[in-house]
Design a protein around this ligand. Sequence first.
Ligand code: GLY
Length: 595
Amino acid sequence: MRCFSALLLSAFVFSAPGFAQEAADAVAPETATQGQVKALTEEVIAALEAKLDGVPVTSENWMVAAANPLAVEAGAKVLRAGGSAADAMVAVQVVLGLVEPQSSGLGGGAFLVWYDAATGRMTTLDGRETAPQAAKPRLFQDEQGEPLKFFDAVVGGLSVGTPGTPALLEEAHRRWGRSSWPGLFADGIRLADEGFLVSPRLASLVENDAERLSRFPETAAYFLPGGELLQQGQRLTNPAYANTLRVLASDGAAGFYGGEIAADIVRTVRNAPGNPGVLSGIDLALYQVIEREPVCAEYRAYEVCGMGPPSSGALTVGQILGMLNNYDLAAMGAESAEAWRLIGDASRLAFADRGRYMADSDFVPMPTKGLVDPDYLAQRAALLNTEAALAEIAPGQPEFDHALNWADDVSLEFPSTSHISIVDSYGNVLSMTTTIENGFGSRLMTNGFLLNNELTDFSFKTHSDGVPIANRLEPGKRPRSSMSPTIVMQDGAPVLAIGSPGGSRIIGYVAKSIIAWADWDMDVQQALSLPHLVNRFGTYDVEAGTAAEGFTDALVLQGFEVSPRDLTSGLHAIEIGEGLSGGADPRREGIALGE
Ligand code: GLY
């Protein structure tokens, strides 16, 4: 294990100098003549260095880990002043919506898992985007009933669901906030007014997406000002976003779901050139955050808890781990091809169930408990008791309240999204994954933020051979997600908060990191940095340019089809033990900070 881990980590350390320089440049001071942007603080530099050295950041009282140092600093400020994890999350999210606008923001949705120290209870809040009332099940089919091409559906108004993030921020603050609401917007407003330095990641994503971003005037004006690509290190202001934050700060979420901002959202969606959508003012006015029971699965000495339907996250992570609970991965170690065979095929089995059964359970009956029942998972795990990759994978038959006949889902999910983990000084733990779906969402922008394309997380097909697909689009329904904000419990106490972006690969990233941490004795940073091998019921994807590629021959021999590729997770995790220990994904620009 040691040898493999060292190799794996060295792959990142090898590339670290360039990355570190880029990460530092992203938030470095501007030249003296421009010097309005504050310098990298020593604690941010230390956190970046810790990540790249592969060691966790430690603290005693509180910690926040997220995808951009400016957002993390905004959260740290709130926590340092005695705010709760919910308060800090609001500050982090509003800054992420500015500095990492392609991944999450006010125009999107999120799932939040909360452990409440005072009551010892865990709960989850569903702030998922919702299909407009006027959306028809065949929204993403052409006149012949054929599914649209993915980006024809994504770009424009058709894909925009009712945003949930502003309502979720307000609801989390209403339940668990300690700080004054308006103050939580101060850093976001300041950075939007004064400007922030465009990060390397944002600049390169704008370059890769320039054609789509240039289709809509408001979006083009922001990301390609004067027709020129945004450049890394360029100072970017967003006065429209600052104004939106001022409205939220003074009027709360009502200022977003009604009034001028709501009218602008509707106008933008309905007038999208070439691809108008159907979102209405009524959809916005009716939006509700939904509290749901967490879904938990047993793994070793732990309970791994997260977001249930409409997310497939906790169920699929829970299924993978629940099956592997029947095998001694610790004895095999991280260098064992046999361990990766088991992980790969447990994932394939879990994804088969996901495709068949998982959707918004407010609209379709789901065997939610049956899917993570240890007896059911032991039966599924018995299928893994072979020496080669499974030749046939089919969904199982979890216990249902009543019989139903579903067809398999057909939907595409591309990596995007962002994850925030926070522990506050009161012992509350928050794990929230937040998204506008595809990078830059629908590419429609209004009032300084991008609108989501979350409706493309529904299956484009409604039926297969006359049998309905659980995740088909219906008015008012929430699209199935892969987001897996997770809190791991031991003996009734939280021990790990974790989650990641990455489309449906989120599930594999989170499951792998929990295995590395729980079975292979890796600390939280090592577990995140460990190169990825993920299987979503297709090719076995191994992280290109890392030691994960060294498993290719063994996996091919076992019968897997192997595909090396970039696997840009954005894991952020905090381990809760004697103190706090945080990790940030070296594949992205985030950090963990604590005191
Ligand atoms: N759109 C990403 C997810 O919800 O899984």
